[in-house]
Design a protein around this ligand. Structure first.
Ligand SMILES: *[C@@H]1O[C@H](CO)[C@@H](O)[C@H](O)[C@H]1NC(C)=O
Length: 307
């Protein structure tokens, strides 16, 4: 759309300038006014490739990662709030190749149920790529090993299952790294959430949510430049250097990005996790246990205050 709009406006401007040239003998003063524009338009008009490069936005991509538990519930807002708001971006949708999931030992919310990607595959196209990884294929990643993570276990409220889930989510991010490298601007989102707010991935170089930080940084979403994305998504490279007392997704991310905090935009963007049985974590973006009210106040309590 953007390309089309620029092309059309360039065309009209060019026609207008040709028209002015026709009248040039009698309209010397007007030609003086448009002379600066003439140079720009004229240059582009001679070389189509230059026109294309000048107006085509740099490549961008929207990544969705993790274990897509209920695509029937999550895809509608994924399209309306994210994909349709960044229509020029390629979509790369990763999930684990599993047919069911079960986490009976998680302290705060066990879940169990069937995974079905039928509603996802309907959208597969050259600009909507689907990548299933790990899971039943037995694919293994060597770094960081799960035993290493478990040796750091466990922060209060964490269990072996939480660590294993963290490990899987990092594996998903690792899968995306070579793809991220192909785009200049990217958004990286969990694939098991209902989006409440719209996101324009060009609105920041380095955005992460300001809520759900749990004395660290929220580790569930990023958008911005490729360089920052690679750092955010490739975070496990530095795990062996981590010297914080408590290894959790959030505390580790805050440690990793400690020198970048001043240039991070901590954004309000809200999205709610969905469990495999269809429960929606309605208090995800707020401090209280009340159900989420899109018009109500967002998270404000100390636990979520950054730095
Ligand atoms: C998913 O795993 C099954 C084996 O459980 C395998 O047959 C299938 O090819 C895998 N699909 C993808 C897309 O990797």
């Amino acid at each position: 759309m953007r390309f089309l709009a620029y092309s059309l406006s360039s065309l009209f401007l060019l026609l207008y300038l040709l028209y002015l040239h026709e009248l040039s003998s009698g309209l010397a003063s007007i030609l003086n006014v448009v002379d600066t524009n003439t140079q720009f338009i004229g240059h582009n008009a001679v070389d189509n490739a230059v026109v294309h490069n000048a107006v085509d936005p740099p490549p961008c991509a929207l990544f969705f990662y993790g274990l897509a538990k209920r695509v029937d519930l999550t895809l509608p807002s994924t399209f309306s709030k994210i994909i349709n708001k960044n229509p020029e971006c390629t979509v790369i949708y990763q999930s684990q190749n599993v047919t069911h999931t079960s986490t009976p030992h998680a302290l705060w919310d066990s879940e169990s149920g069937v995974i079905n990607y039928d509603a996802l595959y309907v959208h597969e196209s050259p600009t909507f790529k689907i990548i299933l990884t790990g899971g039943d294929t037995g694919e293994s990643k060597s770094f960081p090993s799960l035993p290493f993570l478990l040796s750091k276990c466990c922060a209060p409220g964490y269990t072996d299952t939480s660590m294993s889930n963290l490990h899987k989510s990092w594996e998903s991010l690792e899968t995306l790294l070579p793809f991220i490298d192909n785009y200049e601007t990217v958004g990286i989102f969990r694939n098991d959430v209902i989006f409440i707010d719209e996101v324009d991935i060009f609105s920041s170089d380095f955005a992460i949510p300001k809520w759900g930080s749990f004395k660290g940084f929220n580790d569930r979403m990023f958008y911005g430049t490729k360089e920052n994305a690679l750092k955010w998504a490739g975070r496990f490279d530095r795990l062996r250097e981590f010297d914080g007392p408590i290894l959790k997704g959030e505390t580790y991310l805050k440690w990793l990005l400690r020198d970048d905090s001043s240039r991070i935009d901590f954004v309000d963007t809200c999205f709610l996790r969905v469990r495999v049985d269809g429960r929606v974590k309605e208090n995800d973006c707020r401090a209280t246990n009340k159900p989420f009210d899109p018009h109500g106040p967002r998270v404000t309590n100390d636990e979520h205050v950054i730095i």
